[in-house]
Design a protein around this ligand. Sequence first.
Ligand code: ADP
Ligand code: ZN
Length: 619
Amino acid sequence: MSGTVPRGDNEDPALEILRRVFGYPSFRGRQAEIIRHIIDGGDALVLMPTGGGKSLCYQIPALVRPGVGVVVSPLIALMRDQVMALRQAGVRAAYLNSSMSWSEAVEVERAVAEGRLDLLYVAPERLVTPRFMDLLARAPLALFALDEAHCVSQWGHDFRPEYLQLSILHQTFPDVPRIALTATADAQTRADIAARLDLVRAEQFIASFDRPNIRYRVVPKKEPRHQLIGFIRDNHAEDAGIVYCLSRAKVDDTAAWLRNEGFDALPYHAGLDSSTRESNQDHFIRHEGVIMVATVAFGMGIDKPNVRFVAHLDVPRSLEAYYQETGRAGRDGLPATAWMAYGIADVVAMRSMLEGSETPDAQKRIERTKLDALIGYCETAMCRRAVLLSYFGEQQAEPCGNCDTCLEPVSTWDATVPVQKALAAVYRTGQRFGVGHLIDVLRGVATEKILKFGHDQIKTFGLGADLPKASWQSIYRQLVAHGLLQVDPEGFGGMRLGDNAMEVLKGGRPIQLRRDPEVLTRRARAAAGGRKAEAAGSGGDPWPDPQDAALWRDLKACRLELARAEGIPPYMIFHDSTLVEMVQRRPRDLNAMANVPGVGSRKLERYGEDFLEVIRHGD
Ligand code: ADP
Ligand code: ZN
């Protein structure tokens, strides 16, 4: 059956499995090294970003080594997904968790004892029970894989006390190799994992945390919903994506609005009952092109590889959170976008929330630094990827060429005089008013509030009528980012002069600011006839050739039909990346089909003819 894959006589068993079972021609990054190390009985700590290909690092050694590979995984949904995907590829895999009946569990235990399984996924709380340890003692064991290993760390973002007990594995079965895996980057968590899981002497494999297929974009907020829809229509009209909002109400509103605009969008937040949440998540996973509008409650345990965009309508809590949340895009390695709309109100809200909170001072200092880093990322005129990676301690040699500032370099301008006016407006109104009011003062708008406080009488009134409101917003935003203005913790977003503001106000220092990219408002977009945002450097049409585009659609339709019939998500038939290869290669027969990356022997047998039919039909 495996004769379709070309291979040498003395082929390495790991490579043979990679090709025959998973259908991939070669290993990626350090996969080969890691797999060899485990097969040889070593312990490993693997740090790789999401989408880096961690699963194969333990799945293949489990298939090569005799006995069952035991995989500890904290999320039931993820476990189920992985097992289903493995079975699709013809691997003997099963899971044990609290969602199954007693008789189902007994059946799995029997399979383990009789050596009929290659991979067993298990929840940590189950693993350490006497019954389970007893089962392990009776079965030959290939390895222990500890997935999401950062759960053992109290520093981490999702600490699970059950993980602390996992060191018992090593004590009881000292000869079984262990591999701990995580996508969490920082050094503190890494050291913590090694110490707590008794892996200090394990070899560490640390990959770059760069996600080169993700394009980073940040736009100044103007009409956020319209900007969002413009972004989706121009770049991801038929794609699945996640839109993050801060509040539940905004999630509901935004989802309703997107539906109204013709998108298949659903809400997800902790305020929805669990059956609605589950069915919305299920819809997202099982259908194509669904947009999930969600709070941060959504995303953990979502394994969907073809999420093509992650959009933030509100700023995330920190750059760590941003990296995590945007990391859910493009797990399959195909182009994806991380898009954020960011405005002065966000900065003000975050600053005043922090300053006004009861948090102890030391903690506040840390939070302040994190917030500064986030704002720095939003306001940078340099490569965004470089800023993001340097936050995680990685230096990038060259600008990436795949973020908005690389694609459309931002210009800076000499803003010394307008900045003096902006600061003067703060100073002369008594350092307690918010940006909206300050801009009215500068632009000479005689609102009721202006008249009430007599601000039409001060020297600054109308002094900034030469610049539009958006420019003043941009200026104020950047002044806060640079620390020249501070958000008053007591007031409601009132502005005070920051440390060096006086010096600037008195003309002691020139100031360069970043020029905001032009934001197309709804009216401007309509006037432009909804033209593609080519100038904005959008990804453009992935299939310029209409025949390719048609074939791509047909292949996806075929996949969806098969997935429906089997009751599984489409990506478990084939990943998008595999369909893309089919469009490019147009395999004519089963032999050619076997060479398409992602088509293993089992899937070739089951689905090969169906997809060949579609390809032949397309000509
Ligand atoms: P992680 O668990 O690190 O997020 P996965 O194990 O889910 O990543 O792998 C991410 C994607 O990369 C999957 O679509 C997987 O099939 C694919 N992949 C992994 N290793 C290879 C490889 N050697 N060649 C091609 N694709 C691979
Ligand atoms: Zn860049």
